[in-house]
Design a binder for this molecule. Structure first.
Ligand code: XMP
Length: 517
């Protein structure tokens, strides 16, 4: 394991991802972790991340110099670089020159461990106010920038390295190579962390933990719960039962995908609950977004709860116990909530598989060490169909929050058609991987005049909301090719009755959210 010591930058997750892209497993630890605890995890290398503060700030997080005497190779990045310089007796100055954004880096030692094989001049991404003025003893300065005489230093003897720039961001053109040089050449690691090894290890760990007991899993149709379920199914087979609640707010083909494709690919034991009438009944007459969300959430829990207790009761009759609930929690959630212990009692508001508090389960979260793109790779490794592995994120409340106005069966059917056309065309144009998701929204209470054939129409508009994003926290509207937009528009207005206008949402997030409600 490579441990990324997080000094509070948004970059720590990115660094961990880049290290994993180099096929070396990495995890993030807070900078407050004592050296002894870090060593107890037996790291093969450490990376000190950037951070928001100046090393001179009063509350600046320090680095215990003992960290550099453990023999574990260390790479300091940005703030981590400066903290390292200071801890080892170099000087960090407030030079007054700030560098933010793209900068030219000049490599002064082209054969160095970090920079070998990279150009003498390269673009790097900088974001700092302070600078290292003097490298600590024993280090060789290996790169400079116009504003920073010491932009990188290396000590092969002690295996300590540092760079002022951010090699983990895309704008640093040779950043990945610099990171890999640190990992392979500096720390002597090998690129042997693969999805096959992830699957193998998870399966063994789940078997060990669950033993002969049973588990349940709520399937939402999304990729995370699908991959989590498939992994657990591989480990314990029929001891797992999946529950899929069809609330009637799904996209076209979605339920079939879960019921047929997913089962065919995994052989999972599946309980499908058809709850369309129940949901639509509860939603009748409601058009307020928050109210809709609350109703859908509440009904979902009730239905899931009921199905779960039936499974528990049935298992009990056979003398078995259902002790585990599988959830598709991902690593960013774990990091952001400060770690977590791995087991918890489920509260009713929790995630898709909300359960009553008197039903106690231990959580099985086989994806809690993985990033989203890695989850997709695991899904692929497990042989899940492309349509499941690469599907767009879809909100729990489904199409219920993509109909602006009251939710009815007719409106859902209409939106399902329009959405299916948009997805079909985006897939045909090969744009699935480029966009994050493309909600299609029905403005059910709006009508506008149109003309079709020889007649006047008075129909509804639908909105296309294609966005690009890394994590859905922020997003930009996708610049889809005009011909693709044209095909989607033509097909929707021709094929979907009562829709006579297609409009494009060109709002970024913020200020707009991705979904309309
Ligand atoms: P917003 O609309 O907040 O959406 O910009 C951000 C991302 O979250 C998805 N989303 C949800 N997912 N339950 C979910 O599981 C929800 O209630 C929900 N609301 C929004 C949305 O599709 C986007 O990917």
């Amino acid at each position: 394991t490579v441990l990324v010591v997080d000094f509070g930058a948004q970059y720590a997750q990115l660094i961990a991802r880049r290290v994993r892209e180099a096929r070396v497993y990495s995890e993030i630890v807070p900078h407050t972790t004592p050296v002894s605890e870090i060593l107890a995890r037996n790291p093969k290398a450490l990376i000190l991340s950037g951070g928001p503060s100046s090393v001179y700030a009063e509350d600046a997080p320090g680095v215990d110099p003992a960290l550099f005497e453990t023999g574990v190779p260390v790479l300091g990045i940005c703030y981590g670089f400066q903290a390292m310089a200071r801890a080892l007796g170099g000087t960090v100055a407030r030079t007054g020159t700030r560098e933010y954004g793209g900068t030219r880096l000049t490599v002064s030692r082209p054969a160095s461990t970090l920079f070998e094989g990279t150009p003498a001049e390269q673009s790097v991404w900088m974001s700092h106010g302070d600078s290292v003025a003097e490298a600590p003893e024993g280090f060789t300065v290996t790169a400079t920038t116009p504003g920073t005489p010491v932009a990188a230093f290396e000590d092969d003897g002690r295996k300590l390295y540092g760079v002022q720039h951010h090699p983990e961001v895309m704008h640093s053109t040779h950043g990945q190579l610099v990171l890999e040089h640190f990992l392979y050449r500096g720390a002597g690691l090998r690129p042997d962390w693969t999805m096959a090894s992830v699957v193998e290890e998870s399966v063994a760990a789940i078997r060990e933990r669950v033993g002969s007991r049973r588990a349940i899993c709520g399937l939402s149709g999304g990729v995370d719960s699908a991959v989590a379920a498939a992994l657990v199914q591989k480990a314990i087979g029929d001891q797992l039962t999946c529950v899929y609640v069809d609330h009637g707010l799904m996209r076209k083909g979605e339920s079939e995908q879960v019921e047929k494709d997913f089962v065919a690919a995994t052989g999972v034991k599946l309980t499908v609950v058809d709850a369309e009438e129940r949901f639509l009944g509860a939603l009748a007459g409601v058009s307020d977004p928050e109210q809709k969300r609350k109703i859908i959430g509440r009904e979902f829990i009730r239905v899931f709860e009921q199905a779960a207790s039936e499974i528990v009761a049935e298992a009990g009759e056979h003398g078995e116990s259902v002790d585990f609930l599988v959830q598709g929690t991902l690593y960013p959630d774990v990091v952001e909530s400060g770690g977590g212990t791995g087991t918890a009692n489920i509260k009713s508001h929790h995630n898709v598989g909300g359960l009553p508090e008197d039903l106690q389960f231990q959580l099985v979260e086989p994806l809690r060490r993985l990033f989203k793109d890695e989850v997709r790779m695991v899904g692929q490794e497990l042989g899940l169909p492309e349509e499941i592995v690469h599907r767009q994120p879809f909100p729990g409340p489904g199409l219920g929050i993509r109909i602006i106005g009251e939710v009815t069966k007719e409106r859902l059917d209409l939106l399902r058609e329009a959405d299916a056309i948009a997805r079909e065309e985006l897939t045909a144009a090969g744009l699935d991987r480029e966009i994050w998701q493309c909600p299609v929204v029905l403005l059910a209470d709006v009508r506008s005049v149109g003309v079709q054939g020889d007649g006047r129409t008075y129909g509804h508009p639908v909105v296309l909301r294609p966005v690009s994003s890394e994590d859905a926290m922020t997003a930009d509207w996708s610049r889809l090719p005009y011909d693709v937009l044209a095909r989607i528009s033509t097909r929707i207005t021709n094929e979907v009755e009562d829709v006579n206008r297609v409009v494009l949402d060109v709002t970024s997030k913020p200020p707009g959210t991705i979904e309309w409600e």
